[in-house]
Design a protein around this ligand. Structure first.
Ligand code: COA
Length: 257
């Protein structure tokens, strides 16, 4: 991705589709999932960089970020809010997957004045994690990382397009990935969704086993101004499994007044 700009602000590393950002355009700020990095959003960076400002970050403790990992979703949200402020992102639209989506929900609750709109991808208001996941990480992290695709992707998805997910997870320290799942397990904003006062787009994949479409339907029902798109033939790794439908849904959402 040579044509993209890379930088670090407040210990958070990022890749942007262009820099400086256009002052009069919305900025999609992409936030990856547990044990991941910005490359989860490579198809959105490529596909949307002509239409909007696009920035994909590495959460603290992940990828190239120099700051240490956070222990909770609230702590991650505070760091991301600090990044949005320090980078002076025009019209910020945070777009997060799984733990990234939990961080976006926390941003909507704690820092609404900083945001323009928001996007929740493959996520939920409550993200309990199966003890089997913690056991597998403890027992043999490399095997867990190598086996992530059958768990996280739909069987028919082209696994070569998802190889980077495995490589990135293998490179993420086991403690950091386990910490992400612990932060998810403690997260629950189900009773607070009615407080959200920004337009929200929810994207759920019909074959997602980790955060099933039921979680997306719940978000759509409880968030006052929410739209839901259910995407077929894809699993939890929606941005890489179904980049076309995801990018179209993002364009439509940002084009709407
Ligand atoms: N939105 C809507 N409904 C939700 C929800 C959400 N975010 N989270 C849980 N629920 C629902 C469940 O579907 C379930 O409904 P049901 O009783 O009609 O089946 C109910 O609330 C209780 O669910 P849960 O808290 O998940 O309890 P559990 O003890 O039955 O199961 C797990 C716990 C971890 C085994 C289960 O959540 C699971 O298998 N999760 C998916 C796998 C995983 O680890 N994902 C990681 C995501 S980061």
């Amino acid at each position: 991705m040579e044509r993209f700009y890379s930088g670090e602000i407040n210990g958070i590393s990022f890749v942007a589709g262009g820099w400086p950002l256009a002052e009069d355009a919305p900025t999609l700020l992409f936030i990856h999932g547990s044990g991941g990095d910005h490359s989860l959003w490579s198809e959105q960076l490529k596909g949307l960089c002509g239409s909007f400002n696009v920035v994909a970050l590495d959460l603290p403790g992940h990828g190239a970020s120099s700051s240490p990992p956070s222990k909770s979703i609230s702590e991650y949200a505070a760091k991301v809010a600090g990044f949005i402020r320090a980078a002076q992102l025009p019209m910020p639209v945070p777009c997060g997957l799984s733990i990234g989506g939990a961080i976006v929900l926390q941003l909507l609750l704690d820092y609404p004045e900083e945001l323009f709109k928001a996007v929740l991808v493959s996520t939920g208001a409550r993200l309990r994690v199966s003890p089997k996941i913690f056991d597998a990480i403890d027992k043999d992290y490399a095997a867990f990382a190598r086996g992530i695709l059958p768990l996280a992707a739909a069987p028919a998805s082209a696994h070569e397009a998802l190889a980077s997910v495995v490589t990135v997870m293998e490179a993420t320290p086991p403690k950091v990935t386990a910490g992400d799942f612990r932060a998810c397990d403690a997260f629950d904003v189900t009773s607070r969704l009615g407080e959200i006062n920004k337009p929200v787009l929810v994207l759920s994949a019909l074959e997602d086993k980790l955060t099933p479409p039921k979680y997306g339907e719940f978000l759509k029902e409880k968030i006052p101004d929410a739209k839901l798109a259910l995407i077929p033939e894809a699993g939890h790794l929606l941005p890489l499994e179904a980049p076309g439908p995801v990018n179209e849904a993002l364009k439509d959402f940002l084009a709407a007044l």
